[in-house]
Design a protein. Sequence first.
Length: 53
Amino acid sequence: MESTHSRPVAAVLTGEGLYGLTVVSASTNPVYWILQLVLGVALIAATAFAASH
């Protein structure tokens, strides 16, 4: 996947993870939000790495 297409997905995953942990974590399993956050941050790191090379 090209890095420019990964950026919006990474932003959505990270944003939803943060939103889920701060706003709706009382009503849903926090593991789901943590996984989204971890995947988003990993995708941001991979995109930044790919862009630098």
